[in-house]
Design a binder for this molecule. Structure first.
Ligand code: NAI
Length: 726
């Protein structure tokens, strides 16, 4: 018998075998060559013993149940090597299929994360039990990497839930389920409180269900909701592509389309043929650019950022125990909630205790919804709220080891509240400002310890947005940077690190996108076409709607300040074509954006966005352009202005890494996910950097100097390099 290297065989006296996934060479089990060999050998051994075995438990000795396919391998697949990767996948599926049809009950004992390939192994088992740990997750997140679950995931979930439900629950959103949610949704059959109970429950399934066939292998099994040939499902099917189109807004995501096709087609054939169908659709995705982009951005870059590639080394990790949040408005309230959720004591200070109470009430509201949805308990709610102390008195900030300021965007006021706080908090407390537009170096001038002062730029809504942009001022010390980084990680968010500059990285780059959209209106493009271009490029927000949210007066104020600063420094100042549109909107039509009740859109009760303001067409739109716009070019202009400015940020040292650029653009400012991030977009552009450079020059000739390629881009294109770190 071949001894298996990565799968241990533990057999008890009742002839129940526990297969322990335990790769001796790695910290996690992955779908590598050694595993595939072991799986084959193990299934051979199971087959040889099928008459004497009572049952099989698939368990793991690692923290994660199984980590899935190796994305490094996947990103390297080319059309030439795609055949090998297809064959390796088929080999795994054949082995799991042999285990599934062995005639012996098989139960997955999921002790941690089982996502993608890990959950696909569990799906090949007849029953699934998951350990109730905060970190445990099950699901098929492949779509979020531009892929599809080609390890049997499409074939089996379609048979388990039906085509429409499988698409909704697991395939199209890539949702990762916590144990309780997974049980409620039917992704697992039981939840266990501890490791012993996990194995006991798995064992109980073997005793209770000696029958050992999957429902779909039983005679007369019907896929829930019917096969696509069934009238009921056939009637629903035509709507699915339309639903998908609506969801994607015309953005170029191949994975959802392939998933839809694979689900529908694989439901009409036998399991083995279905495996081939899903594998073909996967191969198509793996060899395309979108999956490579998304894996780079959402996996490798994110991993680099989260793991602290940017954190100064050799400074010990510190945790914050008590934080002062100054200002209990929209941002302060959200920051207080996120800190309290992470177990940090929060003193939430506003001008009065009543104002601070209102900020705390925001947390209560969020928690009410969480309790209603079963995401937390009444006790959890009470404990979190007890950690937030509202106050109007700076003396209550005593003992805080960090300060996060989120008062109005006014440098004088910010200076005043810091001065007040510094008198009360710990002598070495970390001092952070959540300003979105003011230079950190300027604000640092108002505190006693500028080396401990740093920008911590959160995004709204804070409880949902995962990114925090850490901004280093000129005098910020390494110690403060490391502490800020640790604080952001402590509250479970993703920190990018940038150097001080107007708008830092995120606000500066998203500003380019908004200006470009507004400039298009000024050129006479139909505003609806401009919004459509943003949606089709894959932006989650419409560009003119976004401008309204920000208010038109804010960019104008920043523009004026920047212009004055440039003039004082004797630098050249170039107006942007968007400026004239903004000025007319404010001065001629009194439309300042959503908060003013009128902007590019009309607004109803409670600030609800209505239709585009018809006056735009009357005053700005060139009838000759109607229906004549080159949508491709409008889309590219939006993507290019942002990408070119990100390259400039790197050139100027505002950004110090490519990963920060990609992650910041994906998680902070809605740069389209299919690109894998703003610099990965440049890398993945047809023709690579030279192709991108050539197109930038064309756009510059057509639309002006804002499309002029930065030196860094020219140099890298000439040297045949791409934007990568290290
Ligand atoms: P907000 O207007 O909702 O809240 C500001 C709060 O500060 C108010 O509750 C006000 O009573 C309080 N405040 C004023 N003077 C104070 C004092 N002396 N002591 C304590 N509290 C005082 O403003 P928002 O939107 O929360 O913004 C706050 C900061 O966050 C600003 O610097 C803003 O630029 C920044 N920011 C805002 C984002 C957004 O999307 N709104 C995103 C990222 C940063």
């Amino acid at each position: 018998m071949t001894e298996s290297r990565t799968i241990r065989w533990d057999e008890d006296a009742d002839h129940v075998v526990t297969l322990v996934l335990d790769d001796p060479d790695q910290s996690a089990n992955t779908m590598n060559a050694a595993f595939i060999d072991s799986l084959d050998a193990t299934v051979d051994r199971l087959e040889a013993r099928r008459d004497t075995l009572k049952g099989v438990i698939v368990a793991s000795a690692k923290k994660t149940f199984f980590a899935g396919g190796d994305l490094r391998d996947l990103i390297a697949v080319t059309p030439e090597t795609a055949g090998d990767s297809f064959e390796a996948g088929m080999r795994v599926k054949r082995a799991l299929r042999r285990m599934e049809t062995l005639g012996v009950p098989v139960v997955a004992a999921i002790n941690g994360v089982a996502l993608g390939g890990g959950y696909e192994i569990a799906l090949a088992c007849h029953h699934r039990v998951v350990l109730d740990r905060p970190a445990a997750r099950v699901g098929l997140p492949e779509v979020t990497f531009g892929l599809l679950p080609g390890g049997g995931g499409v074939t089996r979930t379609v048979r388990m839930f039906g085509v429409a439900e499988a698409l909704r629950k697991v395939l199209l959103e890539g949702r990762q389920y916590a144990p309780a949610d997974a049980l409620a949704a039917g992704l697992v059959d039981a939840v266990a409180a501890g490791q012993e109970e996990l194995i006991a429950k798995a064992r109980a399934f073997i005793d209770a269900h000696p029958e050992s066939a999957q429902p779909w292998d039983a005679r007369g099994y019907r896929i829930p909701g019917g096969t696509p040939a069934h009238p009921a499902l056939a009637a629903q099917l035509p709507a699915l592509p339309a639903v998908l189109r609506k969801k994607l807004g015309g953005a170029p995501y191949p994975a959802p389309r392939n998933i839809l096709a694979a689900a529908v087609e694989s439901a009409q054939v036998d399991v083995d043929t279905a495996f081939v169908i899903e594998a073909r659709y996967l191969t198509d995705l793996v060899t395309g650019q979108t999956a490579k982009n998304m894996i780079q951005g959402f996996f490798f870059d994110l991993q680099a950022v989260d793991s602290g590639a940017n954190r100064p080394q050799r400074i010990p990790t510190r945790t914050v125990t008590r934080v002062a949040v100054l200002g209990a408005g929209m941002m302060g309230a959200g920051i207080a909630y996120s800190c309290a959720k992470a177990g940090i004591e929060v003193v939430l200070k506003d001008v009065s205790v009543e104002a601070a109470e209102r900020g705390k009430a925001y947390s209560a509201g969020l928690l009410d919804r969480a309790v209603a949805k079963g995401r937390t308990t009444e006790a959890g709610r009470a404990a979190l709220l007890a950690r937030i102390t509202p106050t109007g008195d700076a003396h209550d900030l005593t003992g805080c080891d960090a300060v996060i300021e989120a008062v109005f965007e006014d440098p004088e006021l910010k200076g005043k509240v810091f001065l007040e706080a510094e008198g009360a908090v710990a002598a070495d407390a970390l001092l952070c400002s959540n300003t979105s537009t003011l230079p950190i170096t300027l604000l640092a001038g108002a505190v006693r310890r500028p080396k401990d002062f740093i920008g911590l730029h959160f995004f709204s809504p804070v409880d949902k947005m995962r990114l925090v942009e850490i901004v280093k001022g000129r005098e910020t010390g390494d110690e403060a940077l490391a502490r800020a980084f640790d604080l952001v990680r402590q509250i479970g968010k993703t920190p990018i690190v940038v150097n001080d500059s107007r708008g830092f990285f995120t606000s500066r780059v998203i500003g380019r996108f908004i200006d470009e959209g507004v400039a298009m209106v000024g050129e006479g493009h139909d505003p609806a076409t401009v919004e459509q271009a943003a949606a089709q490029a894959g932006y989650p927000a419409k560009v003119l709607a976004l401008m309204d949210e920000l208010t038109l007066t804010l960019p104008r104020r920043i523009r004026e300040e920047t212009r004055r600063a440039a003039e004082e420094a004797g630098e050249e100042w170039r107006p942007h074509p968007a400026d004239a549109v903004v000025d007319r909107m404010i001065d001629e039509f009194g439309r300042t954006g959503r908060s003013g009740g009128a902007g590019f859109y009309e607004y109803g009760d409670g600030g609800r966005r209505g239709r585009l303001w018809p006056g735009l067409r009357e005053h700005f739109t060139d009838p000759a352009l109607r229906g004549q716009a080159d949508l491709e070019e409008l889309k590219e202009r939006m993507l290019f202005v942002e990408a070119l400015d990100a390259v400039r940020c790197l050139e100027e040292g505002v950004l110090t890494s490519v990963a920060d650029a990609d992650v910041g653009s994906l998680l902070g400012i809605g740069f389209p996910a299919w690109t894998g991030g703003v610099l990965q977009y440049v890398n993945g552009y047809p023709g690579g950097l030279p192709g991108f450079l050539a197109r930038a020059r064309e756009l510059r000739d057509l639309h002006g100097e804002r499309f002029a390629p930065p030196e860094l881009l020219i140099r890298k294109a000439e040297r045949g390099e791409t934007f990568t770190d290290g």
